[in-house]
Design a protein. Structure first.
Length: 466
């Protein structure tokens, strides 16, 4: 099993990898399909109009997550990692004004968002909670092409047939031949023991089967640059976040207070936690505003990993660029195992799969740069994930704001605590990471659907009722 670090950490736009980046990528795929020869095109037929519908969790919380906006951007040919955040509103407004989409390399297609983009709450699709249907029509209204896509978490999009094949073979990742094809944490530890390599070194060897060391390092550096830029933007942002809840941005205010304390040399026993929290909140406030973030492993959990890396740079004197690369490689190794054996999707397993997975990844990465052995790193990931088990996904008003922003802050705190506890031990522990991941999967299966990103239970209901 192989899942690249660049599949775990994807640069894109907020507020949700499943609800924003996924639908945007699905729209990209449908446009590519229209121009391809991979479908039986009737003689003389030409696509004149496009329609689509969102189902399941995408239908229930898509408005709050900006799924409609993402679809429009995707149908205009914009890519999640390349779209200019400053032009997004302008692009969407143009489509709404003209009732047409004009993707590069395509003719103009009729698409009126009010009529051709449907939030279908009555018809769930069978494959996954995040389902989408795209259809193309000719000038006479005849359907020429239809495809179902599923947004399965972390920005990944698959067709219904691809999803069936994945589940049949359990091949949620590329089957590329790599020197260390670990699919479980136990296999990872066995390979580390036999090879004498660290987890980061094994992950690096796997990645370098497809690229040079310089290319890999440049890619890892680009991930961290996007992360740290997101922190900085979030620390500068002020005002009310979009969506109607009237939630204020707090990261800048907290950051200013921390700087004042730092300069005054006041004793603050919670100083490290405070810095961790403000870094995570900065990222997720930026995410809530639709800014550029990095899936870590999802947008809703995008603050945990960057916050703990910034913490590492802030509080560890030996922190350097190589350490950040090792951190990201180690975190990606753990994230790939979780995704392969359970899920990182809130719509599938609740927030334990998002912030819980992010915390486990961050704990593993931090333990690695603190000099931890593979066994200590695995222990750190397990501790962090174990103490997120059962966490529901219940965003108020379907927005990635409450409780998501603060959950990232606490996920970062748990990650640092887990890494510290693991480093102080010898790596032996009672619950293996693999058992914890399987427990998360089973818990997600048993979890009521109203606690899986639908905003029909939990805080999403009780806060409104209060």
């Amino acid at each position: 099993m192989f899942l690249s670090v660049f599949d775990v950490f994807k640069i894109g736009i907020g507020p949700s990898s499943s609800h924003t980046m996924g639908p945007m990528s699905a729209a990209n795929r449908f446009l590519d399909l229209i121009l391809s020869s991979d479908w039986p095109r009737p003689a003389g037929a030409a696509v004149a109009a496009i329609r689509m519908s969102l189902h399941g969790s995408l239908a229930f919380t898509g408005v709050g997550h900006g799924s409609d906006r993402a679809v429009i951007l995707g149908l205009m040919g914009e890519r999640p990692n390349l779209v200019d955040p400053d032009r997004m509103d302008e692009i969407v407004a143009e489509v709404e004004r003209t009732g047409r989409i004009t993707p590069p390399g395509h003719p103009s297609y009729a698409f009126q968002p009010k009529h051709d983009l449907v939030f279908d709450k009555k018809t769930p699709l069978p494959g996954h909670a995040n389902g989408m249907t795209f259809s193309a029509y000719d000038r006479d209204g005849r359907q020429l092409l239809k495809r179902i896509y599923y947004s399965v978490g972390g920005g990944f999009v698959v067709t219904d047939t691809e999803l069936e094949a994945m589940r049949a073979t359990k091949a949620q990742a590329s089957e590329r031949k790599v020197p260390f094809p670990f699919a479980t944490a136990n296999e990872m530890l066995e390979m580390a023991q036999r090879s004498g390599l660290t987890i980061a070194q094994m992950k690096r060897a796997n990645e370098e089967t497809a690229m040079s060391r310089a290319e890999l390092d440049a890619g890892l550096d680009a991930i961290w640059t996007a992360m740290t830029n997101c922190i900085d933007r979030g620390l500068q942002g002020e005002g009310i976040m979009p969506g109607g809840l009237k939630v204020k941005r707090r990261a800048r205010m907290i950051h200013d207070k921390l700087h004042a304390e730092w300069r005054s040399n006041k004793s603050n026993p919670l100083l490290a936690n405070d810095w961790l929290s403000v870094y995570a909140m900065a990222v997720n406030e930026e995410n809530a505003a639709g800014g550029r973030v990095v899936t870590s492993p999802t947008n809703g959990a995008a603050g945990v990993v960057p916050a703990t890396i910034r913490y590492y740079l802030h509080f560890h004197e030996d922190a350097d660029a190589d350490g950040i690369r090792d951190y990201l490689l180690t975190a990606a190794a753990v994230g790939g195992i979780i995704k392969h054996n359970a899920s990182i999707s809130g719509a599938e397993v609740g927030c334990q799969g998002e912030v819980g997975s992010a915390s486990a990844m961050a704990a593993a990465g931090l333990a690695a740069v603190m000099g931890g052995t593979p066994e200590q790193i695995e222990n750190a990931a397990e501790i962090a994930l174990e103490h997120h088990l059962g966490m529901t996904c219940d965003p108020v008003a379907g927005l990635v704001q409450v409780p998501c922003i603060e959950r990232n802050a606490l996920g970062a705190v748990k990650a640092v605590t887990a890494a510290s506890l693991a480093i102080k031990g010898d790596g032996t522990h009672f619950v293996p990471l693999d058992a914890c991941i399987e427990t998360m999967r089973q818990t997600g299966v048993d979890m009521n659907e109203k606690y899986k990103e639908t905003s029909t239970g939990g805080l999403a209901v009780n806060v409104v009722e209060c």
